[in-house]
Design a protein around this ligand. Structure first.
Ligand SMILES: Cc1ncc(COP(=O)(O)O)c(C=O)c1O
Length: 481
């Protein structure tokens, strides 16, 4: 597409924007169990109001815009209290969970450079259920990721395996509260205790659970300790754009004290321009996400969030009970959070996900990995709470139909043979040309993913990654006129 020679009118732009979203999933109906945290029109409007008010202000210089500094300090204070931190705990507002995690890993790396200079190739212990952002951090920052096992029954981190894998290069251990895939909380007390005993840092990833779990606990749920109250926890991440219900671009990363946080900050006076001080990765940044987060948190307050948490908890319980009652489906682990995963030996979860999509519900099919078989994941957001009954009816119907079909549409020997052929092809594919050819032929339209997913599920992670790389190349191709 070329830049229009004459600018469009506001009406034309509005029409074009609406036209652009015509194929987007209609998430406001509450039937999308991932990606969005829909909390209703009123909260949406507050976020939009504050976002647009501060859209143009630049977080690059908080001395020119003290408003932004105030919003950030307020939010970090609320966050540290929420997570059991004392007055020594400090932190930063970031653009999301991945940035918070990248920064926590960078901080650990630079802290080790200072305090343990003998380590030339630092490593961190990361349970195999921890978010892929730790792999991204490892790859960006030159910190080796040592994967540790989880229990095949509970999907919680295996602390004995972590203990065994600590070596002279270990600088940090990681725990999730909760994990994305299964919504369970790792044994943080034991993991942080181990870190303390061995003089290591311990990051708790509360991107998904950090905001909501304290409310679940106040509602009487037996939530294990996972925050700064636990001795040995040295840093935490918590997303506001997930269960804080704030518009996207909102997370916090917190540190036990300033002596740790200083390793996060980048300063530069070594050039001709303005002296630069960047606590986070972005330099120039819109004040929109920060102001919007401040506004939504103040609009809802403890009372509003408690009500949301109560609805989410009831929805999760109904969902877990309902899934457990459907013949052929099996819950995976016992989630503390409002994220669940279920699997099946009798029907293909990939075909099931496509069939649910055809009936208007979007769930996430997760490929098998390690002890976690292929499954269906659902992140329950406030907008979903009103459709749980309807969803369970459709889930039961579609599962029953699939069970009545030949082998529940599970992949047969021909798919396994195809996967083996593909493995061979990919093994001799250094330039990714074969991967691009495979992806070029695959049907990857939403709702038609079962064939591709069945095949991917039979491949190893490195083979999947080759195909993903080709897929991204195909997705992001400049649109011709
Ligand atoms: C546990 C956990 N950590 C980190 C992240 C990364 O967050 P983001 O997508 O905001 O970068 C997620 C995202 O779902 C998550 O579930």
């Amino acid at each position: 597409m070329r830049m229009p020679s004459r600018g469009l009118s506001k009406a034309e732009i509005t029409r074009a924007l609406q036209e652009a979203r015509k194929d987007d999933f209609p998430f406001r109906e509450g039937k999308l169990f991932a990606y969005t945290f829909e909390a209703g029109e009123e909260i949406d409007a507050i976020g939009k109001l504050a976002f647009t008010e501060f859209l143009t202000e630049n977080g690059l210089d908080p001395t020119t815009f003290p408003s932004l500094r105030k919003f950030e300090n307020d939010i970090v204070d609320i966050a540290r209290r929420h997570l059991g931190g004392d007055d020594a705990v400090v932190g930063s507002f970031t653009s999301g969970g991945t940035e918070s995690i990248l920064l926590a890993v960078k901080t650990a790396r630079d802290h080790a450079r200072k305090t343990r200079p003998e380590i030339t190739s630092p490593s961190m212990l990361v349970p195999e259920t921890a978010h892929a952002a730790f792999h991204k951090a490892a790859s960006y920052l030159g910190v080796r990721l040592v994967a540790t096992r989880v229990s095949p029954e509970t999907y919680r981190a295996d602390v004995a395996d972590m203990r065994e894998k600590i070596d002279a290069s270990t600088i940090m251990v990681v725990a999730s509260a909760c994990s994305y895939a299964h919504g369970v909380v790792d044994p943080v007390t034991e993991i942080a205790g181990l870190a303390k005993e061995r003089g290591l840092l311990c990051h708790v990833d509360g991107c998904m659970g950090g905001f909501l779990l304290p409310y679940f606990r106040r509602l009487g749920e037996p939530i294990p300790d996972f925050d700064f109250r636990v001795p040995g926890v040295t840093s935490m991440s918590m997303d506001l754009h997930k269960y804080g219900l704030c518009p996207k671009g909102a997370s916090v990363v917190l540190y036990r004290d300033e002596s740790l946080r200083r390793h996060q900050v980048f300063v530069c006076a070594d050039w001709t321009g303005y002296t630069m001080f960047n606590p986070t990765i972005q330099s120039s940044k819109s004040g929109g996400p920060l102001a919007a987060a401040w506004a939504v948190m103040h609009f809802l307050g403890e009372e509003g969030y408690t009500k949301v948490a109560s609805d989410l908890l009831a929805a999760r319980k109904k969902l877990v009970r309902g899934v457990g009652e459907i013949p052929g489906l099996v819950m995976m682990g016992e989630p503390e959070m409002s994220l669940i995963a279920f699997t099946s030996d009798e029907v293909s979860v990939f075909v099931l996900a496509d069939r649910l999509k055809a009936r208007g519900f979007a769930v996430q099919a997760q490929l098998g990995y390690g002890p976690s078989k292929a499954n269906i994941h659902m992140t329950v957001n406030p907008g979903n709470t009103k459709v749980i009954d309807a969803f369970l009816v459709v889930l039961a119907e579609e599962t029953a139909k699939l069970r009545a079909e030949d082998k529940g549409a599970l992949p047969g020997p021909e798919v396994v043979a195809l996967a083996n052929m593909l493995k061979e092809t990919l093994a001799n594919d250094p330039d990714g040309l074969a991967a691009a050819a495979v992806i070029g032929q695959a049907d990857t339209r939403p709702g038609n993913m079962a064939d591709t997913s069945q095949l991917l599920d039979l491949l190893g992670p490195k083979e999947r990654e080759k195909l993903l790389l080709a897929f991204v190349g195909r997705l992001f191709t400049p649109s011709p006129e």
